[in-house]
Design a protein around this ligand. Sequence first.
Ligand code: DOR
Length: 452
Amino acid sequence: MTATDLKFDLLVRGGTLVTPGGRVTADVGARAGRIAAIGDLGAASAAHTIDATGLHVLPGVIDAQVHFREPGNTHKEDLASGTTGAVLGGVTSVLEMPNTDPPTTTAAALADKFARLRGRARCDVGFFVGATAENAGELGELENQPGCAGIKVFMGSSTGSLLVSDDETLAEIFAGGRRRVALHAEDEDRLRERKHLAVEAAHPRAHPEWRDAETAQRATWRALALARRFGRRVHLLHVSTAEELDILAECKDLATFEILPQYLTLVAPDCYERLGTRAQMNPPIRDARHRDALWAAVTSGLCDMLATDHAPHTLEEKAKPYPQSPSGMPGVQTLVPIMLDHVAAGRLTLERLVDLLCHGPARVWGIAGKGRLAVGFDCDLTLVDLAARRTIRDADMANKAGWTPFDGMDVTGWPVATVVRGHVVMRDGQLLGDACGRPLSFVETVAPVVPA
Ligand code: DOR
């Protein structure tokens, strides 16, 4: 090595790295935002050094499903507050959903979101474009916009106006592009037929009865049959039932899927009795049978990735009588603590967690330069203390709604530093530096990089 080879912008010394080759105790050197060296860098120097002795160094965690509400509902969240929560929670990249107001359904709306990122985002961000009957013919072009994570379809109505409930439009969408399509799979006809159950019960414990397992399964089966017909790859967002897993196990050539930490951690009916409408989300948190099946998909390797569906609503909005109360809960800041606690309890290994939070989302969405600790990849790091014992608190949440469904939960394992492309953006719960987040690049787009 020459003397210049030993000069870095950032050195992370002595941590236990979770690499594709296994756990190694080594230093990481970053230059120009990328990992330039991994190994014993004893003689090296750097502008900034982190002593990671006793810590585990993970590839930067990716939360591939967040709703940051900008534009339109910035009283709930915005790109600045959402990405602040992300880096405080050890998350270095997010993929943001199109059900904003206006929804992200045109090239202009996508460009507007990228303009809003500049100087305000603390982590890297990609955006999904929402599918509608009106833009179905243009999605093949829209999905190729730089920084676009892909196309998202709401098959059942949830928060916002986006909805494609009929097979004809879905077929047009599947026929019209080539990247993987993200699906919110709940069957709209069945939701309408059963809404009276929610109205009559007037309590969120009826939420998984109204939006029952059959509602999710019907939509998933319809979508997979159509995807098969058109040979279109799809990704099932927030899979919530045991039966969907059986069919997804037969479709690994076509479909990837994700599970949410809240489905693995909270359970019906307890969550609705304890948390009321704070536990209300779509698809719903279900009973122990489904939770156990989801855990089996996590530990067996069947599940491709985890994401949070971070979807804040204010407590005032949540206080409306059910079912007028909106569905959704914050999650981006608690993803790493909740899942590390499951690691501490022996429910999954740290290696599997890295697969689910880093390798998985990078692979599913084709995110360039992210998701693993290797020379040449972006220097995105999530440093965690596996032994730290903390309590998750509403008061510590950066989301504008100011709460978490996990308030009061004691956990073992905590993110203690976040590095985005070589910038240390969080250390011991303190935000550092300016907002340096950038648009993500995707390997399948024609022009991968958003112009500066
Ligand atoms: O519970 C949910 N809330 N599910 C969704 O699909 C949307 C989200 C939101 O944006 O509020």
